[in-house]
Design a protein around this ligand. Structure first.
Ligand SMILES: NC(=O)C1=CN([C@@H]2O[C@H](COP(=O)(O)OP(=O)(O)OC[C@H]3O[C@@H](n4cnc5c(N)ncnc54)[C@H](OP(=O)(O)O)[C@@H]3O)[C@@H](O)[C@H]2O)C=CC1
Ligand SMILES: O=C(O)CCC(=O)C(=O)O
Length: 485
């Protein structure tokens, strides 16, 4: 008999149960009979404890040298690396990503921690000439105070790390509310910080309902900044709540990312990009390819080759090494994907493959949806406009590159976009005219590098950028110093 473990909140350097006495089960979406463990169903009183602890810790943490804060992050990185297998397996069981992807993501978390640990030794200001020849003027980057971190389930290690690591290295303390689905993975990340010996209150985690704990973070006067990744609907609410009380906020939200395939493209590489960029992680990336725009002269051949590849993808539990694609992360997500598929059919798109729950007996206990390909998709359809966040590709033909670019830009989002072509004119036009925060040439739409700025245009973000040096903009405030003897 297996006894599932119960995971606690982490506040003020201690593990504690919620004051509510309630817990919620974390379920494996690949096999809903499997309970991964239980997490605290906290309320506002638990959040209060965490915010108070973070406020008590913030002055001492800010006053440490950057190098000393970096040492803590290096230690946490080493511990995360030592526990990579265990944490990757937990991630896989909580949200269904394959084990290989889960390991890759956990390794990415280690690299993010090390990158920002090194930041502790790098410049955080500029010297600016003063008009007064006897004075010195310079800027300093100072921390904001307590940062609230609200994260989704699709990258349960990488997203918390790319928000928490810069927050911490630049001298802030953190209260994190992870997505319900991946709260155990988050608890294991907290354990890495705990073992690294971070002072009590520097990192705190409260699990629980999104509206209660996430909403509580957005509204809490003791939290000076909020960083969020997730849906547009929730992001906007968080932004408004933060703005109304004068807190800084950063929102990373949806995408409807196009992959443009021009007639001179390397077809095999473009096909790889469509399949991997669109369907890996079950399409649950904000950078996933969801629209594939193919030049009319190669459209038919591209479509047939794409179908050949998609038909071969093996669905299954991520623990099986032959699995290429796992389930949707939860029931609501599976139902959302199916409802978009139904809308696509109702609006007249042609369903070429998939579009249903697989019939296989061994998949019946999971939230699986077959990889799905639509043809004859037009820009006015919901499947061409709205974020599906599932394994659905919409094929759309175009005649000239200008047409492809106007189709590609004809959505409210602007996160990432790709083109496959050998033509330098096409490439330059794409770089110049594509409205997206991340444009990639001869590469898939997904795949963010931790040392480069990441974020979207239009409705995809609050127009700030995460990761790389860009993180400094959000997690610090500039103090201008004028100094005269
Ligand atoms: N940009 C991205 O990477 C992501 C985009 N999405 C998009 O969002 C859709 C829905 O996914 P979902 O998981 O529901 O995303 P949400 O935006 O609801 O969740 C993201 C995070 O916000 C929390 N949250 C939920 N409601 C509130 C609230 N009222 N105030 C503050 N925080 C809140 C969630 O907590 P809890 O888990 O407890 O609800 C979670 O931690 C997807 O279909 C996809 O389109 C989703 C995930 C990532
Ligand atoms: O493509 C990636 O590596 C990151 C995607 C991402 O940030 C997201 O889906 O939230």
């Amino acid at each position: 008999m297996t006894i599932e473990q119960t995971y606690l909140n982490y506040s003020d350097g201690k593990w504690s149960p919620s004051v509510t006495g309630r817990v919620t089960a974390s379920i494996n979406p690949a096999d809903t009979n499997e309970i991964v463990g239980y997490v605290q169903d906290s309320d506002a009183a638990d959040l209060e404890l965490a915010v108070s602890a973070a406020n008590r810790a913030k002055v001492a943490w800010r006053k440490l040298s950057g190098a000393a804060r970096g040492d803590y992050l290096f230690k946490a990185a080493n511990i995360l690396e030592a526990r990579l297998e265990e944490i990757a397996e937990t991630m896989m069981r909580e949200m269904g990503k394959t084990l290989a992807e889960s390991k890759g993501e956990t390794a990415r978390g280690v690299a993010i921690l090390r990158y920002y640990a090194g930041e502790g030794m790098r410049a955080t200001g500029d010297v600016i000439p003063s008009t007064d020849s006897e004075a010195m003027m310079f800027t300093m980057r100072v921390p904001l105070g307590v940062v609230g971190v609200i994260t989704p389930w699709n990258f349960p290690v990488a997203i918390p790390m790319w928000k928490m690591a810069p927050a911490l290295i630049y001298g802030n303390t953190v209260v994190i509310k992870p997505a319900l689905e991946t709260s155990i993975t988050a608890a294991k990340l907290m354990a890495c910080f705990d073992e690294a010996g971070l002072p009590p209150g520097v990192v705190n985690m409260v699990t629980g309902d999104g509206a209660v704990i996430g909403g509580g973070i957005a509204q809490h006067p003791g939290i000076q900044a909020v960083t969020f990744t997730g849906s547009n609907k929730v992001g906007k609410q968080i932004g408004q709540a933060a703005l109304s009380r004068g807190a800084k906020y950063q929102l990373e939200m949806g995408g409807k990312n196009p992959l443009i395939v021009a007639e001179d493209a390397n077809l095999e590489l473009a096909l790889d990009a469509a399949v991997i960029g669109g369907l890996k992680s079950t399409g649950q990336k904000c950078t996933a390819t969801s629209r594939v725009l193919v030049q009319a002269s190669i459209y038919d051949i591209f479509r047939e080759k794409l179908l050949d590849r998609v038909r071969q993808l093996k669905l299954g539990n991520g623990k099986d090494s032959s699995t290429w694609m796992g389930p949707c992360a939860n029931e609501r997500q599976r139902d959302t994907v199916l409802s978009y598929i139904n809308k696509g059919v109702a609006e007249g798109a042609s369903l070429l493959y998939g579009g249903a729950i697989p019939a296989d007996e061994d998949l019946k206990n999971g939230y699986y949806v077959l990889p799905t390909v639509f043809d004859k998709v037009t820009s006015d359809m919901a499947i061409a406009q709205e974020e599906i966040f599932g394994p659905v590709l919409a094929l759309m033909p175009f005649d000239r590159l200008e047409d492809a670019l106007s189709l590609a830009n004809d959505v409210e989002y602007g996160l990432s976009a790709s083109i496959f072509t050998q033509n330098i004119g096409n490439i330059l036009a794409f770089i110049s005219d594509m409205d997206a925060g991340l444009v990639r040439i001869n590469a898939e739409t997904a795949g963010v590098e931790l040392q480069a700025p990441f974020g979207g245009m239009k409705q995809s973000s609050s127009h700030s950028r995460e990761q790389g040096q860009a993180a400094k903009e959000f997690f610090t405030s500039i103090k201008t110093v004028f100094l005269k003897a």
